[in-house]
Design a protein around this ligand. Sequence first.
Ligand code: ATP
Ligand code: MG
Length: 421
Amino acid sequence: MTIPSVRGMKDILPPESARWAELESTFLAHAARFGFREIRTPILEKTELFSRAVGETTDIVEKEMYSFTDRSGESLTLRPEGTAPVVRALLAHRSELGEWPVRLSYSGPMFRHERPQKGRLRQFHQFGAELLGTDSPHADVEILVFLAGFLAGAGLSGVSLEMNSLGDPACRPGHHRNLSDFLASREGRLCDDCRRRRVLNPLRVLDCKNENCIEATAGAPSILDSLCEGCRLHFEAVEKGLAAAGVPFSRNPRMVRGLDYYRRTTFEFVIPGMGAQNTVAAGGRYDGLAEMLGGKESIPAIGFAIGVERLIMLLEKNGGATTEAGVFLITSHPRFQDEAFQWKMDLIGKGVRAEMDYEGRSVKSQFRRADRSGAKDVVVFGEAEDSRGAVVLRDMAAGTQEEVSRDEAMRRLTRLVKKEE
Ligand code: ATP
Ligand code: MG
Protein backbone atom coordinates (compact mmCIF):
# COMPACT_ATOMS: atom_id res chain seq x y z
CA MET A 1 0.00 0.00 0.00
CA THR A 2 1.32 3.45 -0.84
CA ILE A 3 1.52 6.08 1.89
CA PRO A 4 -0.82 9.04 1.35
CA SER A 5 0.08 12.60 2.34
CA VAL A 6 -1.37 14.08 5.54
CA ARG A 7 -5.00 15.18 5.09
CA GLY A 8 -5.24 18.84 4.10
CA MET A 9 -1.56 19.02 3.10
CA LYS A 10 -0.77 19.15 -0.58
CA ASP A 11 2.13 18.54 -2.92
CA ILE A 12 2.71 21.51 -5.19
CA LEU A 13 3.54 20.04 -8.57
CA PRO A 14 5.02 21.47 -11.74
CA PRO A 15 4.00 23.47 -13.68
CA GLU A 16 2.10 25.08 -10.76
CA SER A 17 5.26 25.19 -8.64
CA ALA A 18 6.86 27.54 -11.20
CA ARG A 19 3.89 29.87 -10.81
CA TRP A 20 4.46 29.82 -7.03
CA ALA A 21 8.14 30.68 -7.33
CA GLU A 22 7.35 33.51 -9.75
CA LEU A 23 4.61 34.94 -7.53
CA GLU A 24 6.83 34.75 -4.46
CA SER A 25 9.70 36.62 -6.10
CA THR A 26 7.27 39.23 -7.46
CA PHE A 27 5.91 39.71 -3.92
CA LEU A 28 9.34 40.05 -2.31
CA ALA A 29 10.49 42.46 -5.05
CA HIS A 30 7.32 44.57 -4.64
CA ALA A 31 7.93 44.60 -0.87
CA ALA A 32 11.56 45.67 -1.38
CA ARG A 33 10.42 48.76 -3.29
CA PHE A 34 8.61 49.85 -0.12
CA GLY A 35 11.76 49.13 1.92
CA PHE A 36 10.70 45.73 3.31
CA ARG A 37 13.46 43.14 3.75
CA GLU A 38 12.79 39.43 4.05
CA ILE A 39 12.87 37.62 7.40
CA ARG A 40 12.86 33.81 7.71
CA THR A 41 11.75 32.59 11.12
CA PRO A 42 11.66 28.93 12.26
CA ILE A 43 8.58 26.86 11.44
CA LEU A 44 8.50 25.54 15.03
CA GLU A 45 8.00 27.89 17.97
CA LYS A 46 7.26 27.48 21.65
CA THR A 47 3.51 26.90 22.07
CA GLU A 48 3.37 29.76 24.56
CA LEU A 49 4.21 32.27 21.82
CA PHE A 50 0.90 31.66 20.07
CA SER A 51 -1.29 31.07 23.13
CA ARG A 52 -0.17 34.46 24.44
CA ALA A 53 -0.19 36.37 21.15
CA VAL A 54 -3.10 34.94 19.19
CA GLY A 55 -5.28 34.57 22.30
CA GLU A 56 -6.48 31.60 24.39
CA THR A 57 -10.11 31.94 23.24
CA THR A 58 -9.47 32.15 19.50
CA ASP A 59 -10.27 29.24 17.16
CA ILE A 60 -6.60 28.94 16.30
CA VAL A 61 -5.43 28.35 19.87
CA GLU A 62 -8.54 26.49 21.08
CA LYS A 63 -8.70 23.90 18.35
CA GLU A 64 -6.43 24.41 15.36
CA MET A 65 -2.80 24.27 16.50
CA TYR A 66 -0.43 21.45 15.69
CA SER A 67 1.22 21.22 19.12
CA PHE A 68 3.32 18.41 20.51
CA THR A 69 5.82 17.68 23.23
CA ASP A 70 9.31 17.14 21.84
CA ARG A 71 11.95 14.72 23.13
CA SER A 72 13.13 17.22 25.74
CA GLY A 73 9.62 17.59 27.13
CA GLU A 74 8.98 21.06 25.72
CA SER A 75 5.63 22.02 24.14
CA LEU A 76 6.20 23.19 20.57
CA THR A 77 3.80 24.30 17.83
CA LEU A 78 3.98 24.41 14.04
CA ARG A 79 3.41 28.09 13.37
CA PRO A 80 -0.25 28.89 12.54
CA GLU A 81 0.58 32.47 11.52
CA GLY A 82 3.55 34.73 10.88
CA THR A 83 3.13 37.87 12.96
CA ALA A 84 3.90 36.54 16.46
CA PRO A 85 7.18 34.93 15.26
CA VAL A 86 8.23 38.21 13.59
CA VAL A 87 7.59 40.21 16.77
CA ARG A 88 9.44 37.58 18.84
CA ALA A 89 12.39 37.87 16.43
CA LEU A 90 12.32 41.66 16.58
CA LEU A 91 12.42 41.60 20.39
CA ALA A 92 15.35 39.14 20.24
CA HIS A 93 17.36 41.04 17.60
CA ARG A 94 16.38 44.67 18.03
CA SER A 95 19.83 46.17 17.61
CA GLU A 96 20.65 44.06 14.52
CA LEU A 97 17.53 45.21 12.68
CA GLY A 98 18.45 48.90 12.57
CA GLU A 99 16.47 52.04 13.16
CA TRP A 100 12.71 52.18 13.59
CA PRO A 101 10.44 51.72 11.85
CA VAL A 102 11.53 48.21 10.83
CA ARG A 103 9.99 46.77 7.69
CA LEU A 104 9.98 42.97 7.33
CA SER A 105 8.44 40.68 4.71
CA TYR A 106 8.05 36.91 4.78
CA SER A 107 6.80 33.96 2.78
CA GLY A 108 6.22 30.41 3.93
CA PRO A 109 3.99 27.59 5.16
CA MET A 110 1.54 27.90 8.08
CA PHE A 111 -0.29 25.05 9.83
CA ARG A 112 -3.84 24.89 11.21
CA HIS A 113 -5.91 21.81 12.00
CA GLU A 114 -9.07 23.06 10.29
CA ARG A 115 -11.61 21.07 8.30
CA PRO A 116 -9.99 20.73 4.85
CA GLN A 117 -12.17 22.16 2.06
CA LYS A 118 -11.81 24.28 -1.03
CA GLY A 119 -9.59 27.22 -0.11
CA ARG A 120 -8.89 25.83 3.38
CA LEU A 121 -5.95 23.54 4.04
CA ARG A 122 -4.00 22.29 7.05
CA GLN A 123 -0.69 23.33 5.53
CA PHE A 124 -1.19 26.54 3.61
CA HIS A 125 1.10 29.40 2.64
CA GLN A 126 1.20 33.09 3.30
CA PHE A 127 3.08 36.08 1.97
CA GLY A 128 3.18 38.74 4.66
CA ALA A 129 4.68 42.03 5.70
CA GLU A 130 5.02 43.83 9.02
CA LEU A 131 5.80 47.51 9.60
CA LEU A 132 6.98 47.84 13.19
CA GLY A 133 7.82 50.80 15.41
CA THR A 134 5.34 53.48 14.35
CA ASP A 135 1.73 54.26 15.19
CA SER A 136 1.41 56.82 12.40
CA PRO A 137 -1.71 56.44 10.21
CA HIS A 138 0.73 56.83 7.29
CA ALA A 139 2.01 53.34 8.15
CA ASP A 140 -1.53 51.93 7.81
CA VAL A 141 -1.97 53.68 4.47
CA GLU A 142 1.45 52.49 3.26
CA ILE A 143 0.64 48.87 4.14
CA LEU A 144 -2.71 49.07 2.32
CA VAL A 145 -1.31 50.79 -0.78
CA PHE A 146 1.47 48.13 -0.86
CA LEU A 147 -1.04 45.26 -0.56
CA ALA A 148 -3.62 46.68 -2.98
CA GLY A 149 -0.84 47.38 -5.50
CA PHE A 150 0.56 43.86 -5.24
CA LEU A 151 -2.86 42.20 -5.67
CA ALA A 152 -3.73 44.38 -8.66
CA GLY A 153 -0.28 43.85 -10.21
CA ALA A 154 -0.68 40.07 -9.82
CA GLY A 155 -3.80 40.38 -11.98
CA LEU A 156 -6.47 39.95 -9.30
CA SER A 157 -9.68 41.76 -10.16
CA GLY A 158 -13.04 42.13 -8.42
CA VAL A 159 -11.43 42.35 -5.00
CA SER A 160 -12.73 44.84 -2.44
CA LEU A 161 -11.14 46.26 0.67
CA GLU A 162 -13.18 46.24 3.89
CA MET A 163 -12.03 48.31 6.85
CA ASN A 164 -12.81 48.39 10.54
CA SER A 165 -11.31 49.64 13.78
CA LEU A 166 -11.25 47.40 16.85
CA GLY A 167 -10.48 50.23 19.25
CA ASP A 168 -7.85 50.00 21.98
CA PRO A 169 -7.72 49.23 25.73
CA ALA A 170 -9.32 52.63 26.42
CA CYS A 171 -12.50 52.05 24.43
CA ARG A 172 -12.82 48.34 23.73
CA PRO A 173 -13.97 47.23 27.22
CA GLY A 174 -16.98 49.57 26.97
CA HIS A 175 -17.90 48.10 23.62
CA HIS A 176 -17.45 44.56 25.00
CA ARG A 177 -20.03 45.34 27.67
CA ASN A 178 -22.54 46.73 25.13
CA LEU A 179 -22.00 43.77 22.85
CA SER A 180 -22.25 41.24 25.65
CA ASP A 181 -25.57 42.76 26.81
CA PHE A 182 -26.90 42.66 23.26
CA LEU A 183 -25.80 39.04 22.88
CA ALA A 184 -27.41 38.07 26.19
CA SER A 185 -30.78 39.03 24.68
CA ARG A 186 -30.04 36.71 21.72
CA GLU A 187 -28.51 33.90 23.79
CA GLY A 188 -31.08 31.27 22.77
CA ARG A 189 -30.21 31.65 19.06
CA LEU A 190 -26.44 31.30 19.45
CA CYS A 191 -24.42 28.11 18.93
CA ASP A 192 -22.76 26.45 21.96
CA ASP A 193 -19.36 27.93 21.07
CA CYS A 194 -20.81 31.44 20.87
CA ARG A 195 -22.59 31.14 24.23
CA ARG A 196 -19.20 30.48 25.76
CA ARG A 197 -17.54 33.20 23.67
CA ARG A 198 -20.19 35.73 24.73
CA VAL A 199 -18.78 35.68 28.24
CA LEU A 200 -15.09 35.12 27.50
CA ASN A 201 -14.59 37.18 24.36
CA PRO A 202 -17.81 38.66 22.90
CA LEU A 203 -16.13 40.07 19.74
CA ARG A 204 -15.41 36.47 18.66
CA VAL A 205 -19.17 35.86 18.31
CA LEU A 206 -19.22 38.20 15.32
CA ASP A 207 -16.57 36.01 13.63
CA CYS A 208 -18.69 32.84 13.88
CA LYS A 209 -19.42 31.30 10.47
CA ASN A 210 -22.64 29.60 11.72
CA GLU A 211 -25.67 30.93 9.76
CA ASN A 212 -27.89 31.18 12.87
CA CYS A 213 -25.28 33.19 14.74
CA ILE A 214 -24.80 35.52 11.76
CA GLU A 215 -28.58 36.16 11.67
CA ALA A 216 -28.93 36.51 15.45
CA THR A 217 -26.21 39.16 15.56
CA ALA A 218 -27.46 41.21 12.60
CA GLY A 219 -28.32 44.27 14.71
CA ALA A 220 -25.27 44.12 16.99
CA PRO A 221 -23.90 47.48 18.20
CA SER A 222 -21.14 48.83 15.94
CA ILE A 223 -17.70 49.22 17.45
CA LEU A 224 -17.20 52.31 15.31
CA ASP A 225 -19.81 54.06 17.49
CA SER A 226 -17.83 53.49 20.68
CA LEU A 227 -14.31 54.45 19.59
CA CYS A 228 -12.42 56.82 21.89
CA GLU A 229 -11.09 60.10 20.53
CA GLY A 230 -7.61 58.69 19.72
CA CYS A 231 -8.95 55.66 17.84
CA ARG A 232 -11.54 57.72 15.99
CA LEU A 233 -8.96 60.24 14.78
CA HIS A 234 -6.60 57.45 13.74
CA PHE A 235 -9.34 55.69 11.76
CA GLU A 236 -10.39 58.91 10.04
CA ALA A 237 -6.77 59.70 9.11
CA VAL A 238 -6.36 56.25 7.56
CA GLU A 239 -9.59 56.63 5.59
CA LYS A 240 -8.49 60.04 4.37
CA GLY A 241 -5.08 58.68 3.36
CA LEU A 242 -6.65 55.83 1.41
CA ALA A 243 -8.96 58.21 -0.41
CA ALA A 244 -5.99 60.45 -1.29
CA ALA A 245 -4.03 57.43 -2.55
CA GLY A 246 -6.99 56.36 -4.71
CA VAL A 247 -7.53 53.04 -2.89
CA PRO A 248 -11.28 52.30 -2.73
CA PHE A 249 -12.64 50.72 0.47
CA SER A 250 -15.80 50.27 2.50
CA ARG A 251 -16.46 50.06 6.24
CA ASN A 252 -17.41 46.73 7.79
CA PRO A 253 -18.06 47.21 11.52
CA ARG A 254 -18.67 43.44 11.97
CA MET A 255 -15.15 42.45 10.96
CA VAL A 256 -13.16 41.18 13.94
CA ARG A 257 -10.47 38.89 12.44
CA GLY A 258 -9.48 35.55 13.94
CA LEU A 259 -6.67 36.79 16.20
CA ASP A 260 -6.94 38.66 19.48
CA TYR A 261 -3.85 40.84 19.14
CA TYR A 262 -5.44 43.32 16.75
CA ARG A 263 -6.12 46.91 17.81
CA ARG A 264 -7.45 49.86 15.88
CA THR A 265 -7.20 49.31 12.10
CA THR A 266 -8.20 45.90 10.75
CA PHE A 267 -8.87 45.06 7.12
CA GLU A 268 -9.67 42.29 4.67
CA PHE A 269 -9.46 42.02 0.90
CA VAL A 270 -12.48 39.96 -0.07
CA ILE A 271 -13.89 38.50 -3.27
CA PRO A 272 -17.68 38.56 -3.24
CA GLY A 273 -19.40 35.22 -3.86
CA MET A 274 -16.68 32.91 -2.52
CA GLY A 275 -18.56 31.81 0.63
CA ALA A 276 -16.69 31.53 3.92
CA GLN A 277 -13.35 31.34 2.08
CA ASN A 278 -13.73 34.78 0.52
CA THR A 279 -10.80 36.52 2.23
CA VAL A 280 -7.63 36.60 0.10
CA ALA A 281 -5.58 38.83 2.36
CA ALA A 282 -6.09 40.34 5.78
CA GLY A 283 -4.36 42.14 8.55
CA GLY A 284 -4.34 44.99 10.98
CA ARG A 285 -2.62 46.93 13.69
CA TYR A 286 -1.27 45.15 16.78
CA ASP A 287 0.15 47.90 18.96
CA GLY A 288 0.05 45.84 22.19
CA LEU A 289 1.60 42.62 20.93
CA ALA A 290 5.25 43.29 21.79
CA GLU A 291 4.30 43.94 25.42
CA MET A 292 2.09 40.85 25.52
CA LEU A 293 5.21 38.89 24.52
CA GLY A 294 7.23 40.38 27.36
CA GLY A 295 8.81 43.33 25.55
CA LYS A 296 9.74 46.20 27.89
CA GLU A 297 8.31 48.92 25.70
CA SER A 298 5.36 49.01 23.37
CA ILE A 299 6.09 48.58 19.65
CA PRO A 300 3.15 49.89 17.66
CA ALA A 301 2.95 47.95 14.40
CA ILE A 302 0.75 46.91 11.50
CA GLY A 303 0.92 44.06 9.00
CA PHE A 304 -0.93 41.72 6.69
CA ALA A 305 -0.88 38.18 5.34
CA ILE A 306 -1.98 36.96 1.92
CA GLY A 307 -3.37 33.43 1.53
CA VAL A 308 -1.26 32.15 -1.37
CA GLU A 309 -3.48 29.13 -2.25
CA ARG A 310 -6.54 31.39 -2.42
CA LEU A 311 -4.68 33.99 -4.47
CA ILE A 312 -3.48 31.38 -6.96
CA MET A 313 -6.95 29.83 -7.18
CA LEU A 314 -8.41 33.25 -8.01
CA LEU A 315 -5.68 34.08 -10.51
CA GLU A 316 -6.33 30.81 -12.33
CA LYS A 317 -9.99 31.77 -12.62
CA ASN A 318 -8.83 35.02 -14.17
CA GLY A 319 -6.65 33.03 -16.57
CA GLY A 320 -3.24 34.09 -15.34
CA ALA A 321 -1.21 31.04 -16.45
CA THR A 322 1.97 31.60 -18.44
CA THR A 323 3.87 29.24 -20.74
CA GLU A 324 7.65 29.11 -20.69
CA ALA A 325 9.62 29.42 -23.89
CA GLY A 326 12.16 26.78 -24.77
CA VAL A 327 13.74 24.56 -27.40
CA PHE A 328 12.99 20.92 -28.24
CA LEU A 329 15.67 18.99 -30.12
CA ILE A 330 14.39 16.32 -32.51
CA THR A 331 16.63 13.56 -33.91
CA SER A 332 15.63 11.78 -37.14
CA HIS A 333 18.14 9.00 -36.48
CA PRO A 334 19.68 7.69 -33.23
CA ARG A 335 23.15 8.65 -34.54
CA PHE A 336 22.25 12.33 -33.92
CA GLN A 337 21.51 11.73 -30.24
CA ASP A 338 25.00 12.49 -28.93
CA GLU A 339 25.16 15.75 -30.86
CA ALA A 340 21.64 16.76 -29.80
CA PHE A 341 22.58 16.01 -26.20
CA GLN A 342 25.63 18.27 -26.56
CA TRP A 343 23.32 21.04 -27.91
CA LYS A 344 20.94 20.53 -25.04
CA MET A 345 23.72 20.96 -22.48
CA ASP A 346 25.08 24.01 -24.37
CA LEU A 347 21.67 25.67 -24.55
CA ILE A 348 20.93 25.06 -20.87
CA GLY A 349 24.38 26.43 -20.02
CA LYS A 350 23.47 29.58 -21.94
CA GLY A 351 20.20 29.93 -20.02
CA VAL A 352 17.77 28.38 -22.53
CA ARG A 353 15.31 25.69 -21.44
CA ALA A 354 16.07 22.71 -23.73
CA GLU A 355 14.59 19.23 -24.01
CA MET A 356 15.03 16.13 -26.16
CA ASP A 357 13.95 12.51 -26.35
CA TYR A 358 16.42 9.83 -25.17
CA GLU A 359 14.42 6.77 -26.19
CA GLY A 360 14.76 6.87 -30.00
CA ARG A 361 11.03 7.48 -30.55
CA SER A 362 9.64 8.27 -34.02
CA VAL A 363 9.98 11.81 -35.37
CA LYS A 364 6.20 12.15 -35.24
CA SER A 365 6.14 11.18 -31.57
CA GLN A 366 9.00 13.60 -30.81
CA PHE A 367 7.02 16.41 -32.46
CA ARG A 368 4.03 15.60 -30.27
CA ARG A 369 6.25 15.84 -27.21
CA ALA A 370 7.73 19.10 -28.43
CA ASP A 371 4.22 20.47 -28.76
CA ARG A 372 3.20 19.38 -25.27
CA SER A 373 6.41 20.75 -23.75
CA GLY A 374 5.38 24.25 -24.82
CA ALA A 375 8.67 24.74 -26.67
CA LYS A 376 8.76 27.84 -28.81
CA ASP A 377 11.39 26.49 -31.20
CA VAL A 378 12.25 23.05 -32.50
CA VAL A 379 15.56 21.96 -34.02
CA VAL A 380 15.38 18.90 -36.32
CA PHE A 381 18.58 16.98 -37.01
CA GLY A 382 17.59 15.49 -40.40
CA GLU A 383 19.60 13.18 -42.71
CA ALA A 384 19.34 15.39 -45.80
CA GLU A 385 20.12 18.65 -43.98
CA ASP A 386 23.02 16.98 -42.16
CA SER A 387 24.73 16.22 -45.47
CA ARG A 388 24.75 20.01 -46.07
CA GLY A 389 25.99 20.75 -42.51
CA ALA A 390 22.59 22.19 -41.62
CA VAL A 391 19.58 21.59 -39.38
CA VAL A 392 15.92 22.58 -39.64
CA LEU A 393 14.76 25.35 -37.32
CA ARG A 394 10.99 25.46 -36.75
CA ASP A 395 9.02 28.22 -35.09
CA MET A 396 6.20 26.32 -33.37
CA ALA A 397 3.82 29.22 -32.89
CA ALA A 398 4.15 30.56 -36.44
CA GLY A 399 4.31 27.06 -37.96
CA THR A 400 7.18 28.10 -40.27
CA GLN A 401 10.54 26.42 -40.75
CA GLU A 402 13.87 27.05 -42.38
CA GLU A 403 17.08 25.17 -43.13
CA VAL A 404 20.05 26.94 -41.53
CA SER A 405 23.66 26.09 -40.76
CA ARG A 406 24.39 24.64 -37.31
CA ASP A 407 26.21 27.82 -36.23
CA GLU A 408 23.37 30.03 -37.37
CA ALA A 409 20.78 27.88 -35.56
CA MET A 410 22.68 28.06 -32.30
CA ARG A 411 23.12 31.84 -32.70
CA ARG A 412 19.41 32.40 -33.25
CA LEU A 413 18.32 30.19 -30.36
CA THR A 414 20.54 31.96 -27.87
CA ARG A 415 19.90 35.44 -29.28
CA LEU A 416 16.18 34.87 -28.83
CA VAL A 417 16.64 34.30 -25.13
CA LYS A 418 18.74 37.40 -24.67
CA LYS A 419 15.94 39.43 -26.25
CA GLU A 420 13.30 37.85 -24.01
CA GLU A 421 15.15 38.62 -20.78
P1 ATP B 1 -10.63 32.94 7.63
O1 ATP B 1 -11.63 33.89 8.21
O2 ATP B 1 -10.74 32.75 6.15
O3 ATP B 1 -10.51 31.67 8.42
P2 ATP B 1 -8.41 33.92 9.16
O4 ATP B 1 -9.02 35.00 9.94
O5 ATP B 1 -8.19 32.63 9.84
O6 ATP B 1 -9.23 33.69 7.81
P3 ATP B 1 -5.76 34.99 8.89
O7 ATP B 1 -5.26 34.23 10.05
O8 ATP B 1 -5.84 36.46 8.96
O9 ATP B 1 -7.14 34.41 8.41
O10 ATP B 1 -4.90 34.58 7.60
C1 ATP B 1 -4.74 35.43 6.47
C2 ATP B 1 -5.13 34.73 5.19
O11 ATP B 1 -4.56 33.43 5.11
C3 ATP B 1 -6.61 34.46 5.06
O12 ATP B 1 -7.26 35.58 4.61
C4 ATP B 1 -6.64 33.36 4.02
O13 ATP B 1 -6.48 33.89 2.72
C5 ATP B 1 -5.43 32.57 4.39
N1 ATP B 1 -5.80 31.40 5.19
C6 ATP B 1 -6.11 31.35 6.51
N2 ATP B 1 -6.39 30.09 6.89
C7 ATP B 1 -6.23 29.31 5.80
C8 ATP B 1 -6.34 27.89 5.54
N3 ATP B 1 -6.66 27.04 6.49
N4 ATP B 1 -6.10 27.45 4.28
C9 ATP B 1 -5.77 28.31 3.29
N5 ATP B 1 -5.64 29.65 3.47
C10 ATP B 1 -5.86 30.14 4.69
MG1 MG C 1 -9.54 31.04 10.16
